[in-house]
Design a protein around this ligand. Structure first.
Ligand code: DAH
Length: 347
């Protein structure tokens, strides 16, 4: 019996030392310590051991049990699949994959990139200016008189007596002309700020792209030609354009520029079952305003030290949100700034 116990112990410890995975160890635990396992079977044989040997054999059996059990426990800590690190390393190929969604450019960034590219291809350079400006750059140098309504605190975020958040990118016209001698052709994309109550078509912050071209004999027809190319590349070849007389202090003459409605194609109504239905995008007018423009005012040239008799130029300014809304048929400006992925994923 003593021999039997000894060889059982040797066999068990050697098998346990060769176990590699926790499954192997569980099988060995069942084989030796299970209800029908070897150790229990040996305990069963204790009844046939002579009475005087029982305490000794019983003692050996108990030691066997303890030896096997502790060998199993310490082997478990060494298996190749042991520990949290090992668990993380092992790959369960039957698990569903973890999907990483690809990011994309914000629709406003896409629109800005589009606008920039069109003008870069026409030879314009990009110029940027500060968002915190002085009264001089935002108004004075742009020939905006002291009593002009846009100077009112209702229309401009003043920081102190002299500085403000720029309300238009026209400021960059001045900053560029102060530094560069003509001829020049620049566009200036950037953020502008106005204390408007937020609604579907107003935001206290939005983006503009300013344009400026100065040379010896720039004509109004150059402005028209450039804008016509822009409009067709941006909204499609069949888009028409019209100029309406308007007033801006920094250009003379000035105009507002409309494009034929991209939804109803200028007809003012969209086809529907019982005949035409008033187009909801242009409100039946057939035209959509997209920008302001004109020939640079002589006072603006004088402010930057250009001789108004020598130089001619045109300027224009457009709202990027408005262009994006028209291009993609978006009816609420707030959608651009809410970070709602259901909206952003559509672009
Ligand atoms: N700065 C004008 C605005 O914010 C837009 C504008 C109109 C810019 C006419 C120009 C221009 O350069 O010539 O409403």
């Amino acid at each position: 019996m003593e021999e039997k116990i000894k060889s059982a112990q040797e066999q068990a410890l050697s098998e346990i030392s060769q176990a590699k995975t926790s499954d192997d160890i569980e099988l060995l635990r069942v084989k030796y310590l299970g209800r029908k396992g070897l150790v229990n079977a040996l305990f069963g044989e204790l009844s046939s051991v002579p009475a005087q040997d029982k305490p000794k054999v019983g003692n050996l059996l108990n030691r066997l049990k303890i030896a096997v059990s502790s060998a199993l426990d310490s082997a478990k800590g060494k298996t190749i699949d042991a520990g949290p690190a090992a668990a993380a390393d092992s790959i369960d190929v039957t698990m569903p994959g973890r999907k990483r969604s690809l990011g994309r450019l914000h629709p406003l960034t896409q629109t800005l990139d589009n606008i920039n590219e069109i003008f870069l291809n026409l030879g314009f350079k990009i110029a940027e200016g500060p968002e915190i400006e002085t009264i001089y750059y935002n108004f004075e140098a742009l020939n905006i008189p002291l009593d002009h309504p846009s100077r009112d605190a209702f229309d401009t975020f003043y920081i102190d007596d002299n500085s403000l958040l720029r309300s238009q990118t026209s400021t960059v016209q001045i900053r560029v002309m102060e530094k560069v001698k003509p001829p020049l052709a620049i566009i200036s994309p950037g953020r502008v700020f106005r204390p408007d109550a937020t609604d579907a078509s107003h935001s206290f912050m939005f983006h503009q792209v300013e344009g400026l071209m100065v040379d010896k004999d720039i004509k109004f027809s150059d402005l028209k030609g450039i804008l016509e190319i822009f409009v067709k590349r941006m909204f499609g070849e069949d888009t028409r354009m019209r100029f309406r007389p308007h007033f801006f202090p920094f250009t003379e003459p000035s105009a507002e520029v409309d494009i034929s409605c991209i939804i109803c194609k200028g007809k003012g109504e969209t086809a529907s079952a019982g005949g035409g239905k008033r187009c909801s995008v242009c409100g039946g007018k057939g035209w959509l305003e997209i920008l302001g423009a004109g020939m640079v005012h002589p006072n603006v040239f004088s402010a930057v030290g250009y001789d108004p008799k020598k130089w001619r130029g045109f300027a224009f300014g457009m709202g990027v949100e408005r262009i994006a809304m028209l291009k993609y048929g978006i009816d609420d400006i707030r959608l651009f700034f809410e970070n709602d992925l259901r909206f952003l994923r559509q672009f």
